[in-house]
Structure formats: structure tokens, C-alpha cells
Design a protein. Sequence first.
Length: 232
Amino acid sequence: MHEHVLHDILHQLTHTAHDAGRPVPRLLAVSKTRDETAVANLALKGQTAFGENYVQEALAKQTAMAGTAAAGLALEWHLIGHLQSNKAAEAATRFDWVQTVDRLKLVTALARYRRADQAALNVLIQVNIDDEASKHGCRPEEVEALATAIAAEPRLCLRGLMVIPEPHDDPELLRPAFRRSRQLFDSLTQTHRSVDTLSMGMSDDYAVAIAEGSTMVRIGTALFGARTKPQT
């Protein structure tokens, strides 16, 4: 990673937010498929929040991080990939945030396995905002019931919503989905005081997402560079 990439992206996020009249969103570095050295290098430059798709990959990375110069840093780990119920125990204890809760069974499992000596697990509800048949996430009309269930669990903290709209080559085509997501988020803030996070926007579309009210953007490629294909 280039020495100034993190600084440049933070500057772009700030500039984009100011131009749109929006608060500057948090940056979540999507570190899936990146090794512990890449994560440690970014952490040493000041980035603290990292997003992982797979529980086992994240656990291995967390363990390997103990042998890096970033070992003493207080990093924040977010699960942003689909969570299978049989991985809920590990996710509940080894992550600080789970952004992909989309069914009641996960709420129950995460609450059961989060240890009493840990801070409440931060939870986002993943919404299938475009009703894509192949995509995970609950329907918009199911959000309030899930939110109520999460809020009732003392070991969980409802923080908001996460969305991944149907991809388009032109980010402007994502604006309606982002706008619907923000409206749903605003509605949720009226019924749950802990809600403060709308996770939407990635490397190719974060400008539109910020303009429509994202409070957290998930960026991987722009931070770490294009992923190299493994040799066969």
C-alpha cells in the first residue's frame, strides 16, 4: 500500500461529505483476503476498524496479528459477510460488530454466546434493499421486528442498518436504493435511541452513498489495491 493512501482516502471522504452537506462517515477497511501484514501496516498508519467476510479467516488473522508490530493496538473487528448459525458462537465472542444480522435465529444465538464480561456486541441489520433473490438480508418490512428483538437483548446493542444494493456500472443508478436505505434508517432512529450507523457505500460508489446519508463506508480495493489472483 502506498504510504499516503489512507490519508488520501480520508481526505476524499471528508471532501465528499462536506460538498454534500453531510457528516464525515467512518471508514471501515475491508481486509478480507488480505494477510496480517497488510492489516498491520494499515493499523500502524492509524486505521482501527477492519471488516472481514469469513469468521475463520478473521480468527486466523487476529491470531497472526499478535506477531506483528500492531499487536498492542486496540483494533475493531467487523463481520460483514453472511453469518452461518454454526459460526455464531465464534462471531459473538471474537468480533466487536456483526453487520449482517438478517434473521431472528442469529439474534438469539449471538445474544446467547456473547460473554457477560464483554461489552455488548454492536449489531447492524442487513437489509436486502432491492429484494434480490440471490442476496442475503431481510426485507425492509421485517426490520422493525428484528430491531425490537435485538434491542431486547442486553448483550447486544442495536446500532443500525447495513445495505449492499444491486450493483451497477454507473453509481448514480444506486442513488434510489441508497435513498430508500436512508429513509428506513431515519425511521429506525425514531423508535430505537441506540441507532446511529448506516453502513453503505464501497470503493466504487461511496460518493453517492455519502451524499445520500451513509455514516460508514466499507472500502477495500481503494485502500489495499486490487487483489492478486492466486497462482495455480
